[in-house]
Design a protein around this ligand. Structure first.
Ligand code: PMP
Length: 420
């Protein structure tokens, strides 16, 4: 990982590094419906730089084989690269040990793993799990399923009208029955950055472990799980410019060591016989079957890519884009930004009076603009704000001010059509 890029000044000219970073993403150099593609859907999934595509291609062309247990050269190379990817993830989030990094299919599977494994041995009838009103369904439904099975209660902390989560709101939910606090680091529908360090400190005062859903955070800011003192931290590779089908569950070693397997099968056992089976230590205990090998290697390439630019530099660029876009959107008649927290990541949700979000999205597509519309897999927060959905524009390291200008111009045209 190159740290030197972090030394670059943060005041960026109009054509900042983003123009050259953008050139790393082949998919962006195309026209959609005869217009240059403006990709503003990175919160759903980010595009992939050629460095990631090439790393996966190289692996499949030269080194591919199944990992672990293979004595032949290709299997050993594949194993070495897969385990090196684990070490790259460990460095990226500053975990203490490689065995604290479990590869999963994504954040969704990571949370399901926790609910199924940690939840089964730690939660009983009457216990409570504190979440917030702005969680993604992935951090609601697995706990709800467990709640139904176990008689556990899910307690959502209230958000403010601006979409913020205050420490008081979390404090108000903590009781002697609280066994877990599980909150987003950054809210996918609104972009709110939650005060996770303070939430963790608060929960730890009552010895309550904390899971952070970092899906929308790792791509926008440096994350240090040890500085946060997070007990569990999850994210998906595909929002971090890596491939889909790979994600990460970080867990403190002692917590993981006490957890039973999630799925059974090959690669997670010490020995199997019909009289009984013994399981490996973490991380392998939680990685049954052939994993997403090339995807892990692709994720490591993505981590290397963002590391070369520098997460602080990406954060500074996105802050500038967010401020620029927010100001421009505020100037559009009858447009209302939904989610106005003081601390936000590169996401703007909005509605326009008299226009349905999906109509806006469909018409924007005709201008080459890709945005997401609807509830963003966060129906409870939409309900809390009295909306059925929003239009969401989300930004990445490749988003430029030209993209925002095209977006705003298209939005003006679309608004005129919808309200004519
Ligand atoms: N949590 C958050 C905050 C998300 O934004 C997402 C993806 N939209 C998820 C969890 C689930 O991620 P995945 O679908 O990659 O498992």
């Amino acid at each position: 990982m190159t740290q030197s890029a972090e030394l670059f000044p943060c005041a960026l000219p109009r054509t900042s590094g983003a123009e050259s970073w953008r050139a790393d993403f082949p998919i962006l150099a195309q026209q959609i419906h005869g217009k240059p593609l403006v990709y503003l859907d990175s919160a759903a999934s980010a595009q992939k730089p050629k460095q990631v595509l090439e790393a996966m291609d190289r692996f499949y062309r030269n080194d591919y084989a199944n990992i672990h247990r293979g004595v032949h050269e290709l299997s050993q190379r594949a194993t070495q690269q897969y385990e090196a990817a684990r070490a790259a993830v460990r460095r990226f989030i500053n975990a203490g040990h490689d065995h604290e990094i479990i590869f999963t299919r994504g954040a969704t599977e990571a949370i399901n793993l926790l609910a199924s494994s940690w939840g089964r041995i730690n939660l009983n009838a009457g216990d409570e799990i504190v979440i917030t009103e702005l969680e993604h369904h992935a951090n609601i439904v697995p706990w709800q399923m467990l709640a139904l099975e176990r008689g556990v209660k899910l307690v959502p902390a209230k958000i403010t009208d601006e979409g913020e989560v205050t420490l008081d709101a979390i404090r108000a939910c903590l009781t002697s029955r609280t066994k877990l606090v599980a909150v987003a680091h950054v809210a996918n529908a609104l972009g709110t950055v939650l005060p996770v360090a303070e939430i963790i400190a608060l929960a730890h005062m009552q010895n309550i472990p904390v899971l952070i859903d970092g899906c929308q955070a790792v791509c926008h800011m440096p994350v240090d799980v040890r500085a946060l003192d997070a007990d569990f931290y999850v994210f998906s590779g595909h929002k971090l410019y890596g491939p889909s089908g790979i994600g990460v569950l970080y867990g403190k070693a002692a917590l993981l060591a006490a957890m039973p397997p999630y799925q059974g099968g090959g690669d997670m056992i010490e020995s199997v016989s019909f009289s009984g089976t013994t399981f490996k230590e973490p991380p392998h205990r939680f990685e049954a079957g052939t994993p997403a090998i090339a995807e892990a290697i692709g994720l490591a390439a993505a981590i290397d890519y963002v590391g070369t630019i520098g997460m602080n530099r990406i954060a500074a660029h996105e802050r500038e884009i967010l401020a620029y876009a927010t100001e421009k959107l505020r100037g559009i008649n009858r447009l209302r930004i939904v989610g106005t927290a003081r601390d936000k990541a590169a996401v703007i949700s909005f509605v326009i009076d008299g226009a349905h979000p999906s109509d806006i999205g469909t018409l924007l597509d005709q201008h080459g603009i890709a945005v997401r519309t609807g509830h963003h897999c966060a129906q409870p927060v939409m309900e809390r704000l009295g909306l059925s959905g929003t239009v969401r524009a989300s930004f990445g390291l490749y988003t430029t001010k030209d993209d925002i200008d095209r977006f705003v111009a298209a939005l003006e045209a679309v608004r005129g059509m919808l309200q004519a």
